[in-house]
Design a protein around this ligand. Structure first.
Ligand code: DHB
Ligand code: FE
Length: 287
């Protein structure tokens, strides 16, 4: 028999819990992201075109009053449940990222999602992520090198890393997980190299018990993202890359609810006597 923690004695993660925490984390990060410089002309254009797109759906689909009132109630629920960061990062961020990627020349990026937390433990170039003594999941050793566009190694670059656990939950957003679990900032060595020992995460499921989950169920969609690692890679004088890495052959790779997979972000893992290994190098362009 395996020893699993008695979840009945611990608060379990809920949509309301992770939504509220994601809202709080987003508000706390607004300084880091900077305020949008929006002129009256730009606001006029973006708001008008967004409303026109909605009006077009109403006309062409002949949206009824009961449907309109159901949407209004649902939008209120998303706000009250603190699920706007979850909803927008799943259903909208991928397009904003693709626009940003048009001017990007280094490694491919993808969405940040709602679960990044700054200020995690700084670790040396060969590091084991903070984890519970009985952390479940198969061991994964993930290594690589950070270089510039000319192939020069970037020493002292930061690999800011976060991931879900083997049940698909993120620390800081699920009450049963210790703060900082499976998160860390790994600093590269003189050759720009890093080696991170962690566990293979599980696929992630959008919380099904909140309004976003209700919408997905109502539409007959599935709520899954393929298993993934999250990273921000940064070095002085270079443009930061925010990305995710997926696992070849993983479930949901071809139907990510967040539409955030890219072929070049799929890791090819090898199974050894000691668990899994994966190698991935990053290229940063000048800032
Ligand atoms: C969401 C969760 C993730 O882990 C992710 O990478 C992207 C989006 C979400 O629930 O919104
Ligand atoms: Fe994620």
């Amino acid at each position: 028999m395996t020893t699993t923690p008695d979840l009945a004695t611990q608060p379990s993660p809920t949509a309301a819990g992770s939504g509220a925490n994601a809202s709080e984390a987003f508000r706390a990060s607004s300084g880091r992201r900077g305020a949008a410089a929006t002129s009256t002309e730009r606001a006029d254009r973006l708001v008008r075109r967004t409303l026109e797109a909605i009006h077009q759906v109403v006309r062409e689909e002949e949206v009824t009053y009961p449907e309109f009132q159901a949407v209004k109630r649902w939008l209120m629920d998303v706000g009250e449940g603190g699920e706007w960061p979850l909803f927008l990062d799943v259903f909208v961020e991928h397009e904003v990222e693709k626009v940003a990627a048009r001017t990007q020349h280094g490694s491919a990026g993808t969405i940040e999602g709602p679960y990044y937390l700054p200020g995690q433990q700084r670790l040396g170039p060969v590091a084991t992520l903070p984890m519970r003594v009985d952390e479940q999941g198969e061991r994964l050793v993930f290594s690589g090198q950070v270089r510039d566009l000319d192939g020069r190694p970037l020493a002292g670059a930061e690999v800011d890393f976060w991931q879900a656990d083997a049940d698909g939950y993120y620390s800081g957003f699920a009450p049963h997980l210790p703060d900082g679990n499976l998160r860390g900032v790994i600093v590269t060595d003189d050759e720009g190299r890093f080696t991170i020992t962690t566990i293979k995460p599980a696929p992630y499921q959008i919380p099904t018990d909140g309004p976003t989950g209700a919408m997905i169920a109502a539409a007959g969609w599935h709520p899954w993202r393929p298993a993934h690692l999250h990273l921000m890679v940064r070095a002085d004088g270079h443009r930061q890359v925010t990305t995710q890495l997926y696992f070849a052959g993983g479930e949901w790779l071809d139907s990510d609810v967040a539409s955030a997979t890219k072929d070049e972000l799929v890791l090819h893992t090898e199974h050894t006597a000691n668990g899994w290994t994966a190698v991935y190098d990053f290229v940063l362009e000048p800032a």
